[in-house]
Design a protein around this ligand. Structure first.
Ligand code: PLP
Length: 448
């Protein structure tokens, strides 16, 4: 027998109180009967891929691949769509298509999935990281401008978490300097900025269809462009370019190194069905994100995603940041903890303790990955950096992208909305759990 009092309702679960959320979030699943029917049709046909890696009718893939590409081109209003077996493959095709020379520089965000930069390294080019804006987490046009050199060839622009980057300003800057723009729109399908789709601002836009995206086919991707030249080069790189160039009459052999990046008919059939559902899923996520913004907007020291008029957000992730002054006004002083990062980690622990699903305290600083820190990619002798004067001098040390670094190390809190099929009640409960933690901030203070 114990006479201990039950904990007060406000006691944080991580300190022995009651957990605010007791439900298990259902997994997000956009796949339904339509996809099953489409897959069955392909199975019945027995033709699981329509591609052949040689010039001729089958160079462009089977009927489902071509239907999917037509659906993408129609939806985005682009002249060409080139499907691929992942967007990683797609970005490799895109960079290769730009006539990139080894040693050329391509400017990219550090706050993105690593593939945005790996596609650059892949062609022996040099990724140059330009810092992000603190309020959008997207690459900052001002930081890009400061990184342009005579070796710069292109800018790789992710619209991260589904929020459009400053695409108009970036494209204008690119035109001023004669640079190409690749949009990595992996996380921003069906999203518009000023009534124009993300992915259609640059020379090439790419979308991922991997399992975690709003719509998916397991693994897959697609690149769009209005340029016949770029479309042809991406198709060649996708499908064994070196074996096909002669028959196609291609005389410029630069980067005509090919792969098997082809999408299968099963995946294409699924992806095409998924396209019909895209607007619905993006709208659903928009409602969740906007509602969270409304419910969390007044918590001191917490900054929900920044939304501007004429701009959508796909809310692939719901990315927030905390700030020291706001938290201090609510009673948490950084000095008592040693760093803002310690407070951030405690807040995340408290939120997870209350049962909030998908809480993340880190995303990524690509420039801090070992490949960049050690400048070792292909072989062990430092290719591509050691092979080029400019590459050798490239600085990847901590401090080159202070906003992205502070965000990752100190102030970022994310909710992985892409993993769960939340309804309105879930969102209310998540917001209530945040409010409980914020009301109980004093419980997080170190004991004297
Ligand atoms: C921003 C970004 N770029 C590129 C990729 C790569 O896409 P995939 O997984 O289809 O290769 C992803 C995947 O998560 C991504 O989020």
């Amino acid at each position: 027998m114990t006479n201990a009092m039950p904990p007060a309702a406000s006691t944080l679960a991580m300190l022995g109180g009651e957990k605010h959320i007791r439900w298990q979030a259902p997994a997000y699943n956009p796949i339904g009967q339509e996809e099953a029917v489409a897959v069955n049709e392909v199975m019945q046909s027995g033709v699981l891929s329509g591609f052949v890696g040689a010039s001729g009718e089958k160079f462009l893939g089977g009927p489902k691949v071509q239907d999917f590409e037509a659906a993408i081109a129609k939806y985005y209003g682009s002249r060409y769509a080139i499907s691929v077996n992942s967007l990683t493959s797609g970005l490799i095709c895109a960079v290769g298509a730009l006539d990139v020379e080894p040693g050329d520089e391509i400017i990219v965000s550090p706050w993105t999935m690593c593939a945005s930069a790996t596609a650059i390294v892949f062609w022996g080019a040099i990724p140059i990281f330009a810092d992000i804006e603190l309020d959008t987490f997207n690459i900052d046009p001002v930081a890009i401008a400061a990184k342009i050199t005579p070796r710069t060839k292109a800018i790789m622009v992710p619209s991260i978490f589904g929020l459009p980057a400053k695409l108009e300003a970036i494209v204008e800057l690119a035109h001023e300097h004669g640079l190409r723009v690749i949009e990595d729109a992996a996380q921003a399908p069906g999203v518009k900025l000023n009534d124009k789709f993300v992915g259609t601002f640059g020379d090439i836009g790419g979308f991922s269809f991997n399992y975690h995206k709003h719509i998916h086919c397991g693994e897959g991707g697609v690149c769009i462009t209005d340029s016949e030249y770029l479309a042809q080069r991406m198709r060649l790189i996708r499908n064994h370019a070196e074996a096909v160039v002669e028959d196609k009459g291609v005389t410029s052999l630069g980067n005509m190194v090919g792969f098997n990046f082809r999408l299968g008919e099963l995946e294409a059939a699924i992806a095409e069905q998924q396209m019909h559902k895209l607007d619905g899923y993006v709208a659903q996520r928009w409602q969740q994100g906007v509602k969270l913004n409304r419910l969390l907007g007044k918590l001191p020291g917490l900054h929900p995603p920044a939304l501007e008029p004429d701009q959508m957000h796909a809310f692939y992730m719901y990315g927030m940041r905390i700030d020291a002054e706001g938290l201090q006004s609510a009673g948490l002083a950084v000095n008592d903890f040693g760093s803002l990062g310690k407070i951030r980690d405690l807040l995340c622990e408290a939120l997870r303790g209350e049962g909030v699903p998908g809480v993340c305290s880190r995303y990524v600083n690509v420039h801090m990955l070992p490949m960049y820190q050690k400048k070792i990619a292909f072989g062990t002798r430092g290719y591509p950096w050691q092979a080029h004067e400019n590459g050798r001098a490239v600085d990847y040390t901590r401090g080159i992208c202070p906003q992205a670094e502070v965000l990752n190390e100190q102030s970022y809190i994310g909710l992985s909305l892409c993993e769960y099929a939340f309804d309105d009640v879930h969102i209310d409960d998540i917001a209530a759990a945040f409010k409980k933690v914020w009301k109980s901030l004093d419980q997080l203070r170190p004991k004297p």
